[in-house]
Design a protein around this ligand. Structure first.
Ligand code: GLU
Length: 293
């Protein structure tokens, strides 16, 4: 069993990221598995300088220990190119020069933004710069999420042909995450439910690259009083290592783990020990989001 935490270094860790780190760590460690950290720094333009190191120091201060060296997506472009090449060889990739406006003018709302209407599938002359899209089909993709239950999605109806390589030349998240999870031998993915709707795209890519579906568990995301997901965009405060014990206990309770009241008076390491020993994924609420009290 191998789990992972895969932060994007676009800002310091906040309470929402702590939940994903803690849940993925407990799920792997409670079963004697390995837990890896992968820095998803593929989107260099969105990166905040110094954040990757800051994230790792914060994880350490909260008592987390990862197995093996941290993997940086920015150093793995050849792996992503290779996977793209495999898909091209199957004639599943086409170039697309549609602007955002062109897509907005002709597309319908889908599960995660607009459904790409396939405009460039049959175009012969494509301008540069252009993106590379993956052809999807309408066979339903289903999987059993350990927290959210049975999930089914029809990619053709809900997403459309999606981008694997962006017009600026960067590899898209969906491709990088699938290639890395496979290459690192990840078996169990525990992360925020904001990524639940991306999972069928990732399962489809795994299938095309000849791999079995991984095990998934999507924890509820923490949202603020305005019901917005805590994120860098909603200006969620950075977690403070001086508050590690309080925040870890709070995170365990958010995840339904019923931490004893006096746990906050213990060190972060002791709290993680308790968490590993008592972790029960079936106690995590089957909700996509929970408003922080
Ligand atoms: N890097 C993504 C994020 O920070 C997480 C990706 C994943 O867990 O699949 O939201």
């Amino acid at each position: 069993m191998i789990g992972r935490f895969a932060p994007s270094p676009t800002g310091p860790l906040h309470f929402g990221s702590l939940l994903a780190a803690l849940a993925s760590y407990c799920e792997a460690k409670s079963q004697g598995g390995r837990w890896l950290v992968r820095m998803e720094d593929i989107d260099k333009p969105r990166e905040m300088a110094g954040t990757a190191d800051h994230i790792l120091h914060t994880l350490e201060a909260f008592g987390f220990e990862w197995d093996g060296a941290v993997v940086y997506q920015s150093q793995r472009t050849p792996l992503y190119q290779e996977a793209l090449g495999q898909l091209k060889a199957k004639s599943l990739i086409y170039n697309c020069d549609c602007s955002r406006k062109e897509i907005a003018d002709s597309a319908q709302q889908g599960i995660d933004g607009l459904v790409y209407p396939g405009t460039c599938r049959h175009k012969t002359a494509i301008k540069s710069p252009h993106a590379s899209r993956l052809i999807v089909d309408s066979n339903p993709i289903s999987f059993q999420d350990a927290i959210q239950g049975q999930i089914q999605q029809n990619l053709a109806h809900s997403v459309g042909d999606f981008v694997l390589k962006r017009a600026d030349g960067l590899c898209a998240y969906q491709l990088a995450v699938v290639v890395d999870d496979l290459e690192q031998g990840i078996s169990h993915i525990v992360r925020g439910a904001d990524l639940l709707d991306s999972t069928p795209r990732q399962i489809y890519l795994q299938q095309l690259l000849g791999h079995p579906t991984l095990q998934y568990a999507h924890i509820p995301v923490a949202s603020n009083a305005a019901r917005e997901k805590l994120s860098k965009q909603t200006l969620a405060p950075a977690i403070d290592a001086a508050q590690a014990s309080t925040l870890l206990t709070h995170a365990l309770n958010f995840l339904g783990q019923q931490a004893p009241k006096d746990l906050t008076s213990h060190s972060a390491n002791d709290i993680l020990q308790w968490a590993k020993q008592h972790w029960a994924i079936n106690k995590v609420a089957r909700q996509r989001s929970i408003v922080l009290s």
